[in-house]
Ligand binder design. Structure first.
Ligand SMILES: *Cc1c(COP(=O)(O)O)cnc(C)c1O
Length: 352
C-alpha cells in the first residue's frame, strides 16, 4: 500500500525520468557561471515567463528575499498581504537583512489586495515616512488563482503610483492552468516573479527569480551574499528543466483530483468543504476540533498523511493518483461512520 501524503505539494519525489535527467546532467561551476545546465534552466525559465533573465536559487524564500533586496534599499517599504508567504512565513527576512519595512494589508477572500486600500497605504514623500517602493502579490494565494482582470488593474495601478510589482508566484503554473491561459498571460504584468520548482512541478529543490538584466545583476550579488551561490548545481537544475518540459500541463490532473476530493469529502456531514477556495490543487475542509487528532491517527494507520488542523488543508500533487483520492474519501467516511456508531451506542446505553 503506497503512502498518500496530502500535507503539501512540496513532498513530491523526483520521478524516474527526472532522476535520469539529473544523473545525466552536464555540469560546471555555477559560481564561475559555467554550469551549462543551470544556464539552460535560467534561459528556459526566462523564455517561458517572458523575461529578459532568470536566476536559479535554492528556495522560494531566498528568491523572494533576493527580489525584495533588489527592488528596495534600506529605509524603503513594500506593501504586501497580511498572510502573504513573503511577509508572514519567511521569518521577516526583508526587515532583518534588508532593513525594508513591510506594510501589510488584509487580503480579500479571493487573494487580491484592494487597490484603494493599497493607494491609502502609499506614503507621501516626507521625511517622516519610509519610501514606498514595491507592491507584492501572491498567485496562487491559498489555492486561489487571482482574477486575470485584477492583474492588469494592479499593473496599471503601480504604473500610476511609480511602484514596482513583484509576484510571489510559487505556484504560478497552477494559476495559468486554472485559467486555461499561457503562463505569460499571468507573468506579463510583473517586474519580477519568483516561482518554485519544488512544489507541484515535482523537483527536489529550487526556485527561479525572473526579471530584467538590470534588476537581476543586483540580485546576483544578493544571492551570493545570502549563500545561494551553488557549484555543480546543474544536478538539480536538470530536474527543473525536466519539470518545465514535462510537468506543467499535467497540473490539471492535480486540480481534477482536488475537485474529486472536495466532492467526496463534501458527502460527509461532519466535514465542511470550502468550495470557493477549491480552485487549484488545494482543498480546505473544516473539521470539529475534537475530531482532528483522532482523524489524523486513523488516516495515518491507513497510510494517509495530513496536517492536524481544524481548518484542514489537503494538497494534491503528482505523487497522488485518482485511486488514492478514493482511498482517502473512503477512509474519512469510515472514520466518521465509526464515530457515529460510538455515539449511537452511547445514546442507546443511556436510554431507558
Ligand atoms: C512555498 C512557498 C514559498 C517559499 O518556498 P520555499 O522553497 O519553501 O522557501 C513562497 N511563497 C509561497 C506562496 C509558497 O507556497
Amino acid at each position: 500500500m503506497n503512502t498518500i501524503d496530502l500535507r503539501s505539494d512540496t513532498v513530491t519525489r523526483p520521478s524516474k525520468g527526472m532522476r535520469k535527467a539529473m544523473a545525466e546532467a552536464e555540469l560546471g561551476d555555477d559560481v564561475y557561471g559555467d554550469d551549462p545546465t543551470v544556464n539552460r534552466l535560467q534561459a528556459l525559465a526566462a523564455e517561458t515567463l517572458g523575461f529578459e533573465a532568470a536566476l536559479f536559487v535554492p528556495s522560494g524564500t531566498q528568491s523572494n528575499l533576493v527580489a525584495l533586496l533588489s527592488h528596495c534599499e534600506r529605509g524603503d517599504e513594500y506593501i504586501v498581504g497580511q498572510l502573504a508567504h513573503t511577509y508572514k512565513f519567511e521569518a521577516g527576512g526583508g526587515a532583518v537583512l534588508g532593513s525594508i519595512q513591510p506594510q501589510p494589508l488584509d487580503f480579500a477572500p479571493d487573494g487580491t489586495l484592494d487597490l484603494t486600500k493599497v493607494a491609502g497605504a502609499i506614503k507621501a514623500d516626507d521625511v517622516h515616512f519610509a519610501r514606498t517602493r514595491l507592491l507584492c502579490l501572491e498567485n496562487t494565494y491559498a489555492g486561489r488563482a487571482l482574477p486575470m482582470s485584477y492583474l492588469a488593474e494592479a499593473r496599471a495601478f503601480v504604473d500610476v503610483h511609480g511602484l514596482a510589482l513583484h509576484l510571489d508566484g510559487a505556484r504560478i503554473f497552477n494559476a495559468a492552468v486554472k485559467h486555461g491561459v499561457a503562463v505569460t498571460q499571468v507573468s506579463q504584468h510583473f517586474d519580477t516573479i519568483s516561482f518554485c520548482l519544488s512544489k507541484g512541478l515535482g523537483c527536489p529543490v529550487g526556485s527561479l527569480l525572473c526579471g530584467s538584466h538590470e534588476l537581476l545583476s543586483r540580485g546576483y550579488r544578493w544571492r551570493k551574499m545570502l549563500g545561494g551561490g551553488m557549484r555543480q548545481a546543474g544536478v538539480i537544475a536538470a530536474a527543473g528543466i525536466y519539470a518545465l518540459e514535462n510537468n506543467v500541463q499535467r497540473l490539471q490532473e492535480d486540480h481534477d483530483n482536488a475537485e474529486r476530493l472536495a466532492c467526496g469529502l463534501g458527502e460527509i456531514d461532519e466535514l465542511q468543504v470550502n468550495y470557493d477556495a477549491q480552485q487549484t490543487n488545494m482543498v480546505f475542509v473544516d473539521v470539529a476540533e475534537a475530531a482532528v487528532s483522532p482523524l489524523q491517527s486513523w488516516l495515518r494507520e491507513r497510510g494517509i498523511i495530513v496536517t492536524a488542523r481544524d481548518h484542514m488543508r489537503l494538497v494534491t500533487h503528482l505523487d497522488v493518483a485518482e485511486a488514492d483520492i478514493d482511498r482517502v474519501v473512503d477512509a474519512c467516511k469510515g472514520f466518521f461512520a465509526g464515530q457515529r456508531q460510538v455515539r449511537g451506542e452511547t445514546a442507546s446505553a443511556a436510554g431507558p
